[in-house]
Design a protein around this ligand. Structure first.
Ligand code: FAD
Length: 423
């Protein structure tokens, strides 16, 4: 079967890989000149299965107000909110309760844990190198209140059978010796030893090479404009370079997926939540993070990627605007400088922004649509790199009509009662 994958980020590329492995004739259509040049380009690099949690959690509305008043706020809201932003914020608030949180977390963990298996499969089948490190993930708590508050998180971790370790200050230093210079700033930590880190851009580029070996075509510099419908089927995609046809179509255009789907009556709530990262060269290995450290105070993830430190954070609700906000750069820099003061050459930071394709419930949208040959693989929000391999294999099985290895319950667009407007 001929399959067109629309979008060549980490999600489109993993989808193409598994589709090709299942014997399909796959073409990836991408508007940039290569894969992973948008949101998958410079994310925080955490491959955090155990840390998979929705942002919409009980207590977040109150925290959000406090954050908005702080100097280094992890949350930024453009006061000129448009209707789409208001709708997204409202839907997210509706998920900030215990019941929704538990349901959403369970769904995210299901796909993340599957992704871990699928990444192992890729590593087994290829010799792929992507600055991977399997040294866990450390959430650094700076205050005793944060340590006390983790009791609620621990209850949820226990409920989902997630392995974790509560660390005192010495334990944090043992896990991440680079923190030794700021011992007095730390109150404790929560560690997930099974988590990993890796460079999403390198991974996607390396996987693209494997895709080429499997016969996948990549059509770059082509912008998908619309989907052409014929009697509950997609007959072609209209692009800036003409129409392209296939038997099946997979939408993997990240934050732009909703815009493509809306005109044909599919209204999935995927909203672009902007984030920022800096990448700085390591000065001293022993003073740098060895894996991913999450600075709970500023919600900045600081990761070791080869000879660089990558730090990323900020959730900004400002639509599709890609301007670089200096205040967010200052927040991310502040987090790195205060936890790893001797790790990196901060005079040489590469500043980047990307739009997380977020859903209000934190769970991606993977699966069938009301059109028989149209499939969706998007909405991976904060953890698309982590979930990419599982999502790619899942969509390949769905397109092929195979039984899926994990349940699709709560992953498909049908969980949103308003999403299907196809007449
Ligand atoms: C600051 C930040 C930090 C993050 N940190 C992490 C992390 O540590 N771990 C983690 O797991 N996740 C992280 N994420 C999330 C992760 O990066 C995303 O979920 C993931 O990259 C989404 O991948 P995607 O392929 O869906 O989107 P994208 O990478 O954006 O891919 C979509 C592709 O579609 C193409 N496209 C769009 N419109 C069109 C069109 N009309 N025609 C043709 N092509 C089109 C785009 O060019 C793009 O290449 C982070 C995100 C941000 C912003």
């Amino acid at each position: 079967m001929k399959v067109l994958v629309l979008g060549g980020g980490v999600i489109g590329t993993t989808s193409a890989y598994f589709l090709a492995k299942q014997g399909h004739d796959v073409t990836v259509v991408e508007r940039q000149e290569n894969v992973a040049l948008e949101t998958s380009h410079a994310n925080a690099g955490q491959v955090s299965y155990a840390y998979s949690s929705p942002w919409a959690a009980p207590g977040i509305p109150l925290k959000a107000i406090k954050w908005l008043l702080s100097k280094h706020s992890p949350l930024v809201i453009n006061p000129m909110m448009n209707a789409e932003t208001i709708k997204f914020a409202y839907r997210m608030l509706k998920n900030c309760n215990h019941n929704s949180y538990n349901i959403n977390k369970g769904r995210m963990l299901r796909i993340s844990n599957y992704a871990k298996e699928c990444l192992r499969e890729i590593e087994r089948d290829t010799d792929i190198e992507y600055d991977q490190r399997k040294k866990g993930f450390l959430q650094v708590l700076r205050t005793n209140k944060q340590v006390a508050d983790t009791q609620k998180d621990i209850a949820v971790l226990e409920q989902f059978g997630t392995e974790y370790k509560v660390l005192d200050v010495e334990g944090c230093l043992e896990a991440e010796p680079g923190l030794k210079h700021v011992k007095d700033k730390i109150a404790g930590g929560l560690q997930f030893e099974g988590d990993a880190t890796g460079n999403c851009l390198k991974f996607t580029n390396e996987l693209q090479k494997k895709c080429l070996e499997l016969g996948v075509s990549f059509e770059f510099n082509i912008t998908v404009e619309s989907l052409l419908v014929d009697n509950r089927k997609i007959s072609a995609v209209k692009t800036n370079k003409g129409e392209m046809t296939a038997d099946n179509f997979v939408v993997a255009m990240g934050s732009y997926s909703a815009q493509l789907l809306r005109p044909i009556g599919i209204d999935i709530p995927v909203y672009p939540v902007k984030g920022y990262s800096i990448t700085v060269p390591v000065l001293s290995d022993e003073d740098a993070p060895q894996s991913t450290v999450m600075d709970e105070t500023y919600k900045v993830a600081i990761t070791r990627l080869g000879n660089n430190v990558r730090a990323a954070g900020t959730a900004e609700l400002t639509g599709y605007n890609l301007s670089l906000r200096e205040k967010s750069r200052a927040t991310v820099r502040h987090s790195v400088e205060s936890l790893f003061p001797h790790a990196a050459d901060m005079s040489d930071d590469q500043f980047w922004t990307g739009l997380r394709p977020m859903t209000p419930d934190g769970t991606p949208v993977i699966g069938k649509t009301p059109f028989t040959n149209l499939f969706i693989n998007t909405g991976h929000g904060t953890l698309g790199w982590t979930m990419s391999t599982g999502s790619g294999k899942l969509i390949a099985d769905i397109v092929s009509g195979n039984e899926t290895a994990i349940s699709l319950d709560g992953l498909e667009m049908s969980r949103y009662p308003y999403a299907n407007k196809v007449t």
